[in-house]
Design a protein around this ligand. Structure first.
Ligand code: NAP
Length: 324
């Protein structure tokens, strides 16, 4: 019999890649979307249009506790992937209360509802490298001390402890994936790498002249969302729940991405980039690198798509979009 998965944030980047993966494994997939989600509106469905006939969507507001509980009881998923979030660290400085309601209260409510509906449901929570210190001297592993410095990081950390509490005190199969940055051709273009890949495509086709960026020296550990979706699924196939760092273990700068992206269309990035002071984040969290020894050892997972191929995938898809 096929397994049933329920995914929050199914129309986000990771929700889409995870659904693609689970379909290859014959899962029946349900997903929660916002109550105003319109399946025929391309602004709402652009990441999951190809999936619409294969998945079941439920419109529900994060504060509609009655409907959330009823849906979870009715769907009774084998695996619950909680991916929905106010996922922009920078925005969380301006929207603290919304960020906490979305990233902490909603997670708490879901954990409790899933547990009460079926104690055997496997629960996955997507946390973040923003839960750690700003200037780590070493790579970050599962034992590194937490020290978040944004509402986003704090809300993810509090939820991490809730998940741990349900695992340790209620015996629930509940795990947290501590995700380092991951990108793809369906990343929101508010995020810098997608802004670059889209701009490269527009510049190549003469629809844009320059690309305005902030701190191009900023470095991150960037992976491909497709690899990360695989890691999430693998975590849920374990006998015992466990938390894992998910990343690549390699740092690259925004400039590295821009150089490769422009080069892939035979342009020199130096001729197209304008540095704007107002685009520099006031409180940019500094470079953190993932130590992925634990997930490599226990799950035998490691990223398959390297940085260069991530760049090429993003630029090529944006070239096709702009050409259309
Ligand atoms: P994403 O593309 O921004 O997707 C977020 C999802 O959450 C979307 O489906 C969004 O729906 C949904 N959502 C946001 N606010 C909502 C609300 N009020 N009600 C219902 N749904 C709401 O993020 P992602 O890249 O897939 O990330 C998945 C998870 O991993 C998130 O929890 C994120 O914090 C975490 N994470 C991501 C990264 C990364 O680099 N991508 C790194 C660390 C952790 P709409 O499209 O309708 O807004």
């Amino acid at each position: 019999m096929s397994k049933v998965a329920l995914i929050t944030g199914i129309n986000g980047q990771d929700g889409s890649y995870l659904s693609d993966l689970l379909l290859t494994k014959n899962y029946k997939i349900h997903g929660f979307v916002r109550s105003n989600f319109k399946p025929n509106n391309s602004k709402h469905n652009w990441r999951i249009k190809h999936l619409l006939k294969k998945i079941i969507l439920h419109k529900v507001d994060i504060n509609d506790h009655t409907r959330l509980k009823t849906l979870i009881k009715k769907i009774k998923p084998d695996e619950f992937y909680h991916l929905a979030a106010q996922s922009h660290d920078g925005h969380s400085f301006k929207n603290e209360f919304y960020t906490f309601n979305m990233n902490l209260n909603y997670t708490h409510f879901l954990l409790s509802s899933v547990y009460n509906a079926n104690k055997k449901t496997i629960f996955f929570f997507a946390a973040s490298s923003e839960m750690y210190i700003k200037n780590p001297k070493k790579k970050i592993n599962e034992k590194t001390i937490f020290n978040p410095s944004s509402a986003y990081g704090i809300s993810k950390l509090a939820s991490y402890y809730l998940v741990k509490n349900y695992r340790e005190n209620y015996n629930m199969h509940a795990s947290t994936g501590i995700l380092f940055n991951h990108e793809s051709p369906i990343k929101d273009d508010r995020f810098v790498l997608r802004k670059i890949s889209m701009s490269v495509a527009k510049i190549k086709y003469g629809k844009q002249k320059y690309l305005k960026l902030g701190n191009i020296k900023a470095k991150r550990d960037w992976g491909h969302a497709k690899d990360f979706a695989k890691a999430m699924w693998m975590m849920c196939q374990q006998k015992k729940a466990n938390d894992f760092i998910i990343g690549t273990g390699k740092l690259h700068s925004v400039e590295d991405f821009a150089r490769l992206a422009f080069k892939s269309v035979n342009l020199n990035y130096k001729n197209y980039i304008k540095i704007e002071k107002n685009l520099k984040r006031e409180k940019d969290s500094n470079a953190r690198t993932a130590d992925i020894s634990k997930i490599k050892k226990i799950l035998k997972w490691k990223p398959k798509i390297n940085f260069r191929n991530l760049v090429l995938d993003m630029v090529n898809k944006d070239l096709k979009r702009i050409k259309k």
